[in-house]
Design a protein around this ligand. Structure first.
Ligand code: 8X3
Length: 255
């Protein structure tokens, strides 16, 4: 499927995989609907996205944890931006790497509110019109963490296991419509992920990627665009991808 002129909505688009998706879909000539809490970063990306090939960019500030704000942002979209063709449910984060019985409830809440409830809120706001129009593709970011739980990561892993169930459930619930539902599940990707997880501790974050070549955000964006550009009758249910130096959530090769 060609994406030229299609409306692609990316959440968490200001950095990491979301930002890479914005550029990858720009190169496909899409019209980009971009949301993030840091709207000023989206505005700063606009000119580069247009240079990369985006037909248009509409950016707005959004915290996916706020259901009322999500529903209002989608309901208030200008008419020319309403017909969302591809939703990339990317907004998500990890907070803390602690034994479950020592974890911080505020970290749990931030992850569950963003990765699970935020995913549900945005999906709930966008999919009804896709079903009505008979066109659309929901691509959500899962993780190898949703397949195999790793030590000290139970809550983050639980949010990604939830994403996996939501992705599968949504695919069942839109069966009989042309709406497609995909999960792209990367392992370790070098983004601000670890810096956010460790509340800004750069030394601890750098250690996560030591001695191996992690995936780049662009590698993941590439898989997302690939899923979105299959023929209309092809639904990619799930893409699991890691760097060559990672076998699964638990096994790494470090030199
Ligand atoms: C990111 C993968 O293994 O760093 O979702 O948690 S991992």
């Amino acid at each position: 499927m060609k994406l030229t002129g299609s409306i692609v909505f990316v959440t968490g688009a200001s950095a990491g995989i979301g930002e890479a998706c914005a550029f990858a879909f720009a190169r496909e000539g899409a019209r980009l609907l971009l949301a993030a809490r840091r709207v000023e970063r989206l505005e700063a990306m606009r000119a580069k996205l247009m240079d990369a090939g985006a037909q248009d960019v509409h950016a707005f500030g959004l915290d996916v944890r706020d259901n009322a704000a999500v529903q209002k942002a989608i309901a208030d979209l200008p008419d020319v931006w309403r017909a969302i063709d591809v939703l990339v449910n990317n907004a998500g984060l990890s907070r803390g790497l602690d034994k479950l019985y020592e974890g911080k409830p505020e970290d749990w809440e931030e992850m569950i509110d963003t990765n699970v409830k935020g995913l549900l809120y945005v999906t709930r706001a966008v999919v009804p019109e896709m079903v009505e129009r008979g066109r659309g593709h929901v691509i959500s970011l899962g993780s190898t963490a949703g397949e195999i739980t790793y030590p000290k990561g139970a809550v983050y892993c639980a949010t990604k296991a939830a994403e996996r169930a939501i992705n599968d459930g949504l695919r069942q619930d839109v069966l009989g419509t042309p709406v497609r539902v995909t999960s792209v599940d990367p392992g370790m990707v070098e983004t601000d992920f670890s810096l956010v997880r460790f509340h800004g501790d750069e030394t601890r974050a750098a250690k996560v990627y030591q001695g191996l070549i992690p995936l780049k955000p662009e590698d993941v964006a590439d898989a997302i665009v690939w899923a979105a550009t299959r023929p209309a009758h092809v639904n990619i249910a799930r893409v699991v991808m890691t760097t060559i130096d990672q076998a699964n959530s638990l096994m790494f090769h470090r030199s």
